[in-house]
Write a new protein. Sequence first.
Length: 277
Amino acid sequence: MSMSKTGRPRVLVVANQKGGVGKTTTAINLGTALAAIGENVLIIDLDPQGNASTGLGFGAKDRGRSTYDVLLGEAPLRQTIVRTVVPRLHLSPSTMDLLGVEMELAAEKDRSFRLRDALGEMEAALPANAAAETQYDYVLIDCPPSLNLLTINAMTAADAVLVPLQCEFFALEGLSQLLRTVEQVRNSLNPRLSIHGVVLTMFDPRNNLAAQVIADVRQFLGAKVYDTVIPRNVRVSEAPSHGKPVLLYDLKCAGSQAYLKLASEVIQRERQLKAAA
């Protein structure tokens, strides 16, 4: 189904330097939806707040090795990975220690490549008899809401960036800054990096401005914007407090159905990319 059944996983970074746009919600629920339709998925939590870890049922006390240990070279990525309650969905959790990574790696020449190298080592070290579900089709990286060393590591390791964008007035303003960062990373650190797509989140049809924002974003970015729009949905907001993706919390709600549609669209784009390659 996905690009990677014959090789390395496709690595997508979920990024937006603006907080509160549905970034972690998208990482968790897109990952769950991809797993639900048969893909093996790893979510890497690179946000010190650890909301992706919490939202998948791992409180601060439940986390052993973390992405902090990976970036500091103190543990291979494979050693940090835990199974979630979702079949075929695994997690490399984060801890608050990530807040110090920028300073701790400041003098290291390879500081921007730590995650890329860790992913490469994980693939190279995969034993011949490895369980099928640990041969990942997709790796989704959840980033902090800032353009710091953690986000740069994610973009340097990734094939493409998936951008959640809230349907609100200043949406495009923040987006142009993110697109500039992607361009800088492509030029200096990772020439294969591209924009996979922009997903419009928290859409409220009662808000006239929201429809205008969608029209503006589609006019500005054209085909880069996914057809699927994620609605503002109370079940999506409630799910993380139960330590579950919304697809487990309430499969039939509008938010769950939207993330299943988005997963199908992501896979469709992957097929088109493969056909064009």
